[in-house]
Design a protein around this ligand. Sequence first.
Ligand code: ZN
Length: 238
Amino acid sequence: MRTHRLELDDQTLREWDAAVLAADAEGIVLDRSAFYPGGGGQPPDHGVLLWGGVQTRIVGARKGDDLYLLPAEGDPLPPIGTSVRGALEDERRTALMRTHSGLHILCGVVYRDFGALVTGGNMEPLSARMDFNLPELPEGFRDTVEAAINSEVAADRRIDVRVLPRDEAFALPDIIRTATNLVPPEVKDVRVVDIVGLDQQADGGTHVASTAQVGRLQITKIENKGKGFRRIRIQLPD
Ligand SMILES: [Zn+2]
């Protein structure tokens, strides 16, 4: 992959300069991009490329041999070699960062207090679901968990991101919080998202800098998906 992924180093970056390496029916490839391309349950960023008084709206991304940004239908493609200014749709990205960090808080609390592993998850801006291997639901589970996740928000824990060599990362206790290890064996460096004192996960997503930035969390629904799987739905109402 030729694109330098700026968002992995700086999750607050919203605008940057880049050059076009390819632009065709596959999509647009930049040398540097902060567009999160999607993955780990977090959908891709939206935004624009600005060049020579022209605007190309970006409405998705696809990972193949390269990281392809997908333009809105009918928008012009910048020719190869063009210098562009990239800009993310801040409202969507910031909402997704808060939502993603909120899911990690949920994951950390349910593991710490109930020992349950995650089996899947997905998110939209300000709402999300996560599936847990949780055969029995204790009395008052919903209210207990909702109180616990909001007290983690109030505690304003730092959320650190660091990249560790594979061996070092996997030596951390409970680092793989999903029931199966999803990190492919060829991955040498592992990005770790650490809600300090609560939850450490191998994760490629974008996160806010502290739990207070997530804001209030509500559990909207708990569904029984059979075979001991429970789906917890959350939203960020503020
Ligand atoms: Zn995650």
